[in-house]
Design a protein around this ligand. Structure first.
Ligand SMILES: *C/C=C(C)/C=C/C=C(C)/C=C/C1=C(C)CCCC1(C)C
Length: 240
């Protein structure tokens, strides 16, 4: 009888010390709850902020769907769901660039600023995927290329065109932009740390930190996707 139950069980057994599985489950639920929160709040905002809050919800919703798959993949296969991870990122990170554009649009942000950020983020993710999935023995090299694209994004939003627009907008927009800049500088730096814990390179000394790469990525996603969305939500709420 027990055998039969195991055969028909749709929910795979999780070990009580499976921290990776735990963060996939919690992450999935958090992304779903955040999406409901952003979507249901939409009608309370002025038209000019609605698209921004909608995009916040799309980011956490896309992540929720991928976490649903990654959670199962981890439970069934017990390996890092690299493919789903990067499909999620290649969709959600450009949408985060769209958020920068949307909040600065009234201050005169151009499509070329938007495309610059999107292209840089795609370069950052494709090279990262290459190092993690395709050319793992050269992970340090591909990680470096990815890191350079990341650095250019940080430079652009902190000191480049985007920062000038934010200054000229002033007020709530300027301070929301500043907070998002901190997310990209500090929150996004969690990802290269996860990468260095999960691959081999000159940084192998870091492997004394006994954290699974997926735990680090999952924490990063929760902070960055939900946190980013809340900054935009606050901006919309403060200038209704
Ligand atoms: C919601 C998902 C987000 C905000 C993902 C962000 C991912 C990164 C900033 C990844 C960066 C990486 C490097 C800077 C170097 C090593 C490879 C990556 C792709 C992990």
């Amino acid at each position: 009888m027990e055998k039969l139950f195991n055969m028909i069980a749709l929910v795979p057994k999780m070990a009580t010390d499976d921290y990776v599985g735990f963060t996939f489950f919690v992450g999935c639920m958090a992304m779903m709850a955040a999406s409901a929160f952003f979507f249901l709040s939409l009608s309370s905002f002025d038209g000019k902020w609605r698209t921004s809050v909608l995009v916040s919800g799309l980011i956490t919703f896309i992540a929720a769907v991928h976490y649903y798959y990654m959670r199962d993949y981890w439970a069934d296969v017990g390996e890092s769901p690299t493919f789903f991870r990067y499909v999620d990122w290649i969709l959600t990170v450009p949408l985060m660039c769209v958020e920068f554009y949307l909040i600065l649009k009234a201050a005169g942000a151009t499509k070329s600023l938007l495309w610059k950020l999107i292209v840089l983020s795609v370069i950052m993710l494709v090279t990262g995927y290459w190092g993690e999935a395709v050319a793992r023995d050269q992970a340090a090299f591909w990680g470096l290329l990815s890191g350079i694209a990341y650095f250019v994004i940080v430079y652009e939003i902190w000191f480049g065109g985007a920062s000038k627009l934010a200054k000229s907008a002033g007020g709530a927009v300027e301070s929301a932009h500043k907070t998002l800049c901190w997310f990209v500088l500090v929150g996004w730096s969690i990802y290269p740390l996860g990468y260095m814990l999960g691959t081999d390179g000159w940084y192998d000394f870091l492997h004394v930190i006994n954290l699974d790469m997926d735990v680090v990525y999952n924490i990063g996603d929760a902070i960055n996707k939900i946190g980013f969305g809340l900054v935009v939500y606050n901006l919309a709420a403060s200038s209704k």
